[in-house]
Design a protein around this ligand. Sequence first.
Ligand code: MN
Length: 133
Amino acid sequence: MTALSQTMILLVEDNPENADMLTRRLGRRGFGVTTVGDGLAALVQVQREEPDLILMDLSLPEMDGLEATRRLKADPARRHIPIIALTAHAMRSDMDRAFEAGCEGFETKPVDFDRLLTKIHALLAAGAGATHG
Ligand code: MN
């Protein structure tokens, strides 16, 4: 059970080492983190417990992060949840694809944690005053 005031992040990452590292570092900053390893599992988890923000690896085993993002952004009840794409592919076209799918942020791996944290805080602050229509 997490405190009601705790900001919850859903981390979608199929690499256990990356998932453990990010979970630990985000936890130290006070975030609650739930991890799943596939896009389809992410969609299921979002129904169970709506996160405040999603970190979405793009390369996932069953449903990739782009497709999971498209589905979340097509859902009026979920599209307000900010999504930051994480990918080892740093080409401009990869970034374009992520934004076209609906991601609000993009970070290349290996993750620069301080930069990621800045983006997380910016997206959470931008959404803080929004009403969920
Ligand atoms: Mn992956």
